[in-house]
Write a protein that binds this ligand. Sequence first.
Ligand code: HEM
Length: 177
Amino acid sequence: MPSGAPLRSVVMEPELHPDLKPLEFLLGTWEGAGVGDYPTIDAFNFGQEISFTHNGKPFLIYSSRTWLIEEDGSLGRPLGTETGYWRPQPGNQVEVTLAHPTGIVEIYVGNVAFHRVELQTDVVARTSSAKEVTAGRRLYGLMPEKDGKRDLGWVYEMAAMGQPLQAHLSAQLKKID
Ligand code: HEM
């Protein structure tokens, strides 16, 4: 083992696993802003950075961080963060596992077609201290081309706190690498 250098710097750049082709459009780091709301809370604006990477295996490694956008436009306190894996399956199906620091774990199933992924929760598991979240739906997709580039848009609907499934978040992100 070499000493002094991070392991990842001595590992060869992996080739994209062929099963990841339909999800390849997600790869990279994306940044932008969004809006959030729910019947039980005040509406808010947030900044977001998400990243999709791979290591040559047939899944994407995903993480998201968000921050409150204050009235004056500056970035404020950290809001939700989540991390997980996107696992393409035969027949344009996809499975996603997501873990949240709020004591919630979501398992989504869905499909991918034409630069668009639609997901709905199969399971939401919660620790005893977690808020009551029972279901979620997510949509991720490339927006129409503008100046030769396509933003990534996504929306999240949840059923939580006794409320029926409805919008909690939406955001539009630009690719930054
Ligand atoms: C990742 C981006 C997210 C952002 C920016 C965000 C932001 C917020 C904010 C600002 C609040 C108001 C309370 C507070 O200030 O903390 C809130 C409440 C809440 N969020 Fe999110 N959230 C995110 C993701 C999620 C996800 C993925 C879930 C479910 C798995 C979730 C479930 C909830 C619930 C249950 C509440 C509490 C509602 C209540 O107390 O009445 N959020 N969120």
